[in-house]
Design a protein around this ligand. Sequence first.
Ligand code: UDP
Length: 424
Amino acid sequence: MRVDDYVPIVGAEAIDNLRAVAEELKGRTVTNVNSTFVGGGVAELLKAIVPMMNALGLKADWKVITGDPGFFSVTKAFHNALHGTPSLITPEMLAIYEETNRRNAAEMDLSADFVFIHDPQPAMLVDFRKGGYWIWRCHIDISSPYAGVWPYLAGFVRKYDAAVVHMPEYARPDLGITQHIIPPSIDPLSEKNIDLPPEYVRDVLSKYDIDPDTPIITQVSRFDRLKDPVGVFKAYKMVKDAVGTLDVRGMFEKERYLVDVFRAVRERALVQLVLVGGSATDDPEGMKVYREVLRKSISDRNVHVLMLPPDAHREINAIQRGSTVLIQKSLKEGFGLTVTEGMWKGKPVIGGRTGGISRQIIDGETGYLVRSVTEAGEAMLHLLRNPEERVRLGIAAKEHVRKNYLVTRQVRDYLKVMAEGEKK
Ligand code: UDP
């Protein structure tokens, strides 16, 4: 990681500002704790932030709490409840949560000058703090939680020096500690986001039996009900039915020749759906949802449900780049890094009108926001039919991400919070 490599992307001034803030904190130790090294947005963020802090002269590290499947079922129930989904939380579940946190605290060195605890899974570690400035970094939408979990969790969060949430709407009126608003970011130079040669993109698509010359609609997401993969499939079916009745020759100018050929040879769908997911070690529901999606879509050879390994960043990058339209039809979403990733690749992104997606996508300007399967299907169809619109949205989307959601900005924001904390 070389901070200077970001100059051509964000400009010299932004990097100078970053260095100036880091100067005050040189040599400070920073520990991050979350619940998985792979899968999901938090791991993605820490992979970029920790090396950048080190490159700026701090001493940052990243630790992961360990737990058995029972613990992760409990924290998944917490997660769902915090997102507002009715979930049963029993005293036995709280006992599992507390015991796991207690054990991890005993095994972990938490003596850094700054400790960032990410999300609810390790939140209770604060009970074992030994000095330092402690920040609870929340990556989920906690604005309208379901019943009991939040009051329980807030009991721990109040013991922190500060909390960081993604958006003003997520700040809680009942915390009584400083709350900072810092949206997440992506690393434009990571395997997930770096530019790729077009041949590689085509190779990856072909490897997974996806036709690079037929329009592709893609959602990249953990297989999680709140990401609504089944809703995406239903919207795709709407599109598929509609496309079948259209005069295709005007639709896909570039692909027209191929479409005609394919039609003559055998019946061929004019659109493909790709659902790319992986599993995260802290998400026990993934396989269940994956099988459900597979069952629904198995009879359609133009639907590709791919369960990729957790380190398939370059391939996911290629699939995003090779797609015609990207979708993230979440029903609830803390922020939605997959949206940021798609926008950075200059793609038209359709997003569920929820949480951080509504912040990233300015409807009609940097993508489309949808509330339902029908709206998602209509947006897909509209974008497939209008190549200029895809380009217009993609250009605006990329610029929006450059200005607001790159890692250099997020690290600068964190460093400011830390510098402020040190003065207290
Ligand atoms: N991701 C991945 N492989 C997958 C599914 C997702 O690498 O099979 C990545 C995705 O590219 C993104 C992150 O995991 O960087 C998901 O972050 P997001 O904020 O969209 O959702 P979360 O999983 O944190 O709810």
